[in-house]
Design a protein around this ligand. Structure first.
Ligand code: MUC
Ligand code: MG
Length: 381
């Protein structure tokens, strides 16, 4: 048996190429947790989890994840069969409630290591790929309408993205919808416009906002209301043709089942961290499929590690009717992998190499580590 020998966690800070303005926070730096698992055969696997500006989005922070992995979750894995990921994760689930993001980072590292040891991509451990590239949206969130128009036009001109998600919810409904209308008009028919409100509207504001957005051709509104407001979401679905997507309402298979049972989402923003890992995300996708809920491959703005882990899983799913948004590696100024991810012709081309598909740049990780963080142990060094 190959055993799990070591679990290490390091917090890195990566500046963004421009401020990323969301309803709950403005990101200038992405603070991410990288988890490195080393097996007794010397193979190492990497996982990532990050949050959006500390605790503004969810109840785990990068720092809390590191503490919980160092003190509780990591030690529980030592000595476990490294290729029995169900068994390893059962150890964690048996001893620790919650901690979905931290568990996702650990599970990703285990999958990466197992797949690297086999010489196969992670997608092979989920039954194999149904597609080699993923249609990729870009998020326009500079906080300035004219800058967003320039950025969107550049994406169209270079054939990098034609689907745009606009982050709104910070200003009044009228101001936000005027911003969306201006961008939709400037980018024209070649672009598809969607919005994410990040739970910032009341029911009354959402009725007003969706009417205005539908008028200017917006095709989808993500989480307009609080995640807990299923009745409000259903009322929007009944009144409008644009699709209503659940994001913060989702926290794994149980929440997906609840949304499906109450028919309160047209689309799920499927995310590996939000679901509690790749296996759980696959279960959420299965619930969506049987409930006739469409899928969008979402992000927590992970860098290459989390984005490739998501891509490896998304490539195996039967359908991704609303595309994906694994764009965050392009929002970051530094790459922790040795190879750049390939975004071309509106798609992310999946790497074919083992594990996540890219080799890690350990020197870069050391350089980006926050002060006081440990250096990752390098095998053979
Ligand atoms: C979210 O709410 O969807 C995804 C893209 C982005 O810019 O923010 C994230 C979170
Ligand atoms: Mg969202």
């Amino acid at each position: 048996m190959v055993a799990i020998d070591r679990v290490e966690a390091v917090i890195i800070d990566v500046p963004t190429i421009r401020p990323h303005v969301l309803a709950m926070a403005t990101m200038r730096v992405q603070t991410a947790l990288l988890v490195i698992v080393t097996r007794s055969d010397g193979v190492q696997g990497v996982g990532e989890a990050n949050t959006i500006s500390g605790l503004t989005y969810g109840d785990e922070s990068t720092q809390s994840m590191k503490v919980n992995i160092d003190a509780y979750l990591g030690p529980l894995l030592i000595g476990a069969d490294a290729d029995n990921i169900n068994g390893a994760m059962a150890r964690l689930d048996g001893a620790a409630v919650g901690n979905r993001f931290a568990k996702c980072a650990l599970e990703t590292a285990l999958y990466d290591a197992s797949a690297r040891a086999m010489g196969a991509p992670i997608s092979s451990l989920f039954g194999g790929r149904r597609r080699e590239a993923l249609s990729m949206a870009w998020v326009l969130a500079s906080g300035d309408t004219a800058k967003d128009i320039d950025e969107g036009q550049q994406m169209l001109d270079t054939k990098r993205h034609r689907i745009f998600k606009l982050k709104i919810g910070l200003k009044s409904v009228a101001e936000d919808c005027a911003h969306v209308a201006a961008i939709a008009e400037a980018l024209g028919r070649g672009a598809e416009i969607r919005v994410d409100v990040n739970q910032h509207w009341t029911r009354r504001q959402a009725q007003d906002g969706c009417a205005r957005l539908q008028d200017v051709g917006v095709t989808l509104v993500e989480q307009p209301l609080k995640g807990s407001d299923h009745v409000g979401a259903r009322a929007l679905m009944e009144r409008f043709d644009l699709a209503i997507m659940a994001d913060e309402a989702l926290s794994g298979p149980l929440s997906a089942y609840d949304l499906a049972r109450t028919a309160s989402a047209d689309v799920f923003a499927l995310k590996i961290a939000q679901s509690g890992g790749l296996r759980a995300a696959k279960e959420v996708a299965a619930i969506a499929e049987v409930a006739d809920i469409a899928l969008y491959g979402g992000t927590m703005l992970e860098g290459p590690v989390g984005s490739l882990a998501s891509a490896q899983l998304f490539a195996t799913l039967p359908a991704l009717e609303w595309d994906t948004e694994l764009f965050a590696p392009l929002l970051l100024t530094e790459n922790v992998a040795q190879e750049a991810l390939v975004y071309e012709d509106y798609e992310l081309k999946l790497p074919t190499g083992p594990g996540l598909g890219v080799a890690m740049d350990w020197d870069k990780i050391d350089a980006l580590a926050q002060d006081g963080q440990p250096k990752i142990t390098r095998v053979g060094a």
